[in-house]
Design a protein around this ligand. Structure first.
Ligand SMILES: [Zn+2]
Length: 612
């Protein structure tokens, strides 16, 4: 008895140590969960560096090539599935069959912006579908309207017009629009409110003179045909049905194929009366889809999208070199004979256009003049941000190392008081269990750590929580299994404390290093692996902390339960002349008068046998 009580601390102290670890874990979990939840919003920039400079608008004075231009965006249509669609193939035969590359992160809103402003997500600040402020960048619609043209839109996804809302004031073009940044376009669900945007006295105006929204299916064809029948110079069509099928059934599925065929028929109906001798049609997609469904990453099937051009001003059979989505807006502008959007980082695809040599040179020169300024603006902002990051990084790494030192001191104190034990055998079973299961699940079902793992309109951290829960259950079971042979209850809880300390320290130091190396704001966008790992590590901390609470909570319950069944050992207790405690007082396991640690070897053995 004496030897045993020397080896293990009093129950009260072990339970107190467990509670300290649970409290520390809870603190870390809340912090990490908040960081994980805000990660996708932290990626957004409502005032990107380009939005702070005046649009660089230089008119190259090239002839107008097409009377009307119809720009159709088929959301989520990947390149290989865009063939054997009758209408698209007919346009290809009469015009150009090319492909374009989408921009990372390959989500919808970011790439509607790539297509319509010529600015990719890295520079537009529109990085995810969570971007909910109007885009403060010059657009194709702005250029067309500045030239006195009529701009219209028809879509089955009504966020498009709201994404490009403008302040009515004409000075918008030259001054940063700080007010627009606080408008939440996703909160505008009320159709009346949307209608008010078109009212003459509204502060905000739609970038479209006429915008029609009709939910899929059925309505789009009519709305599109009605828009196509107007005299709009520029018509932007957006079809969302293919993307929905990709998310629901995957890019390899028959349903996706069928949706592509339906979208093709809808476009054929909408554009049936277009006169290709006078008008031009450009069909493109914002991104593709992976086989299982999803986009956001840099998989070839997600990056490669069709670019089909036909009609007036389009050079049939032309070969296109390395077209990107940011090249669409300058190219459509060239078809209309107007300057390209003034923040664009793309070029006019002059090889696709029927321009004479002189006009072609003027277009290219205008692009070069604009690109010199827009590229320099982005490069300056990125290098300035890189300097800020470097300054903060050393500071933050020092904080993380300091935190690790504190955790080590805490561990040393707890070990000395015999309330924490590092049992290597237990740690080797329990601690890797969570990490192996969690990261293997993300690797397998998360499409190899790609942002394409997201379902439609999803949240990265949210998508990982389910893998975290599975990891937690596996670790909890592994911990219980590893702890099953531990002698006294106090020893067992001390070993569980060792699991808790190790799990918390590993996850928190990793999250701390991520916090140190990738501090928001994300002026430069983290790569696709990091886009998954940053929230994954934050979710892991939250899970590890919940797991600590579960494991230690379970152990404390085991304590209480076995203490409750103390009468099984009452004979032994009675033999040394003490009164057995009543069940009602047995849950006060932290009572200093209850030397459980001394008795509990007997209790644990007896308890375990009686439970089997
Ligand atoms: Zn999309």
């Amino acid at each position: 008895m004496v030897a045993l009580s020397e080896r293990t601390a009093s129950t009260r102290r072990v339970v107190a140590a467990a509670l300290v670890l649970v409290a520390l874990g809870a603190l870390g979990a809340v912090q990490a969960a908040l960081a994980g939840a805000s990660f996708m919003f932290d990626l957004e920039q409502t005032q990107p560096p380009l939005g702070r400079i005046a649009p660089v608008v230089e008119d190259p004075h090239t002839p107008r090539l097409a009377r009307h231009v119809y720009l159709a965006i088929v959301d989520g249509l990947r390149l290989d599935r865009s063939y054997e669609l009758p209408f698209l193939d007919e346009l290809r035969r009469r015009g150009i069959d090319a492909e374009a590359t989408s921009h990372y992160p390959t989500w919808s809103r970011p790439n509607y912006v790539s297509i319509l402003t010529g600015v990719p997500p890295s520079a537009s600040g529109v990085r995810t579908n969570h971007h909910n402020a109007p885009v403060a960048l010059d657009s194709l619609m702005d250029r067309a309207r500045a030239a006195g043209m009529h701009v219209a839109s028809a879509t089955d996804y009504d966020v498009l017009p709201r994404l490009f809302l403008r302040k009515r004031a004409p000075e918008r073009a030259s001054a940063p629009d700080d007010d627009a940044a606080i408008i939440d376009i996703d909160a505008m669900e009320d159709p009346l409110q949307r209608a008010a945007i078109h009212a003459p006295d509204a502060d905000l105006v739609s970038p479209f003179d006429d915008a029609r929204y009709a939910p899929w299916p059925g309505g789009f064809s009519e709305a599109g045909a009605a828009i196509a029948a107007t005299d709009a110079d520029l018509v932007v069509l957006l079809v969302g049905a293919v993307d929905a099928a990709g998310h629901a059934d995957g890019g390899d599925s028959p349903a996706y194929r069928a949706a592509a065929e339906t979208a093709d028929r809808a476009l054929a109906r909408v554009l049936a009366r277009v006169d290709l001798t006078q008008d031009a049609i450009v069909v493109v997609a914002d991104h593709g889809h992976t086989g299982p469904g999803g986009h956001g990453g840099v998989e070839p099937e997600v990056l490669s999208v069709p670019l089909v051009m036909a009609g007036a001003g389009v050079k049939p059979g032309a070969t296109v070199d390395n077209a990107y989505l940011i090249d669409i807006a300058p190219t459509v502008a060239a078809l209309l004979g107007i300057p390209g959007p003034g923040h664009a980082l793309g070029r006019t695809l002059v090889e696709t256009l029927s321009l004479d040599a002189a006009a072609r040179t003027r277009r290219m020169n205008a692009d070069a003049g604009r690109l010199a300024i827009t590229r320099a603006t982005v490069a300056t902002a990125e290098s300035r941000a890189a300097t800020d990051v470097l300054e903060h990084r050393a500071e933050r790494i020092a904080i993380v190392i300091g935190g690790l030192a504190l955790a080590t001191i805490l561990a040393a104190m707890l070990i000395r008081r015999r309330v924490l034990r590092f049992d290597v055998r237990v740690l080797l079973v329990s601690v890797p269990a969570f990490f192996v299961v969690y990261y293997a699940l993300i690797g397998t079902f998360g499409q190899g750590f790609s942002p394409s793992l997201l379902p439609a309109q999803g949240h990265l951290a949210g998508a990982m929580v389910k893998y975290g829960v599975v990891g937690m259950i596996v670790q909890l079971l592994a911990s219980l299994w590893a702890l099953r042979h531990h002698g006294t209850l106090a020893e067992r809880l001390a070993a569980a404390n060792g699991i808790a300390w190790t799990g918390l320290t590993l996850t928190m130091v990793t999250a701390g290093m991520i916090w140190a190396v990738f501090p928001p704001p994300y002026v430069s966008l983290p790569g696709p692996l990091w886009l998954v790992l940053i929230p994954a590590v934050e979710v892991a901390v939250a899970c590890a902390a919940v797991n600590v609470a579960l494991t230690l909570g379970f152990e404390v319950i085991v304590f209480a339960a076995r203490a409750w069944h103390r009468p099984t050992a009452s004979a032994a207790v009675a033999a040394v002349g003490r009164t057995p405690s009543s069940p009602a007082s047995a849950d006060s396991e932290s009572s200093p008068s209850a030397p459980w640690s001394a008795d509990s070897r007997t209790l644990a053995r007896g308890g375990r046998r009686s439970r089997r």
